[in-house]
Design a protein around this ligand. Sequence first.
Ligand SMILES: [Zn+2]
Length: 359
Amino acid sequence: MRASHLTCQYESDGSLLNVIRTKRALPILSRELVTRTTCEQGANPRGRDASPRGRDCRGARLPRARGRYRKIRASLAPMTSQVALRTARLIRARRSTILLYHGVGPTNTRIDPGFLRVRPEAFREQLGLLLESGFETVTVDELVRRSGGRKPPPGLVALSFDDGMDDNHSVVLPLLREHGVRATVFVTTGLIGKPNPWMAPESGARMMTVEELRDLAAAGFEIGAHTVSHPDLSRLGFDECLREMRESRDELERTLGVEVRTFAYPSCHYGPAAVEAARAAGFTAAVTCQGLGSWKRYEVRRSLMSGKDGTASFLAKLTGFYEPLSTSPPGRLARATTRKARTMKRARAERRELRGDIN
Ligand SMILES: [Zn+2]
């Protein structure tokens, strides 16, 4: 009888997404961060990861499925909060990171096609993991100062929010204030008080007003610049980059009465001219994301959070390895094998939400 390996993947609520069966263990998938094998010790005479062909590790018959991978319907042990907390503590002891959010609020394909918002319950869980595992929360400016342009000391996390969406004031501010946590908000000044251009009109989402931005500044949030018109700076020359940076910084300093020290490249795009302009404008640091950047002051990397993230991907993003991992061949394979299940699960949740709205 041939041995095989089972690797189970879970959603954030612990429900089973998929089981991948391979002849050899998948080397790239971190069992701590991305997946968790569920074969119990002693459940199978062949050992932890082995199971008879056609049976799962508990001896139950596996259903027939197309292709190389099989799914089982049985409910297996979830990735518990204890496992997540232990994992977060391991990360805290080794690394520091800057997380990039846009908004916190309801999200679905109808109103938020880019999944820029993270659901409040998911954000609370992520914040809880950071605080319980002992991360020290700092602003982007403070983290960059403490890193000195090199890899920062471990255990620091900075929460950053791009664009200036209204839920940063209505949802994020009270939640973070409750826990004594400060964040950095990078504001696109040309959008202040206007409808949110990234959300569907029926969402009613808008960008923060000057008064709301003042509340954030008064609560100790760091205010950073994010240009006037949110252009792709990798396509602009030095002079245009510098104008966008200076005008947005000057307007924020004038209207809010705060010092604006840091800058975020819109959509994380930048080129040599933008880096030079950020330095010439007098910012202490400029941040990017999406696998770009390093710990250099004007190309500081961040991990982009999405409304699709569950606990496992949140923890992977906390390590800073999510993007390289997810774009590697094994990472792409893992995402491809779970894509259909994830899409169906999201669609079911959205249908439930819609029924709830109607009722
Ligand atoms: Zn932006």
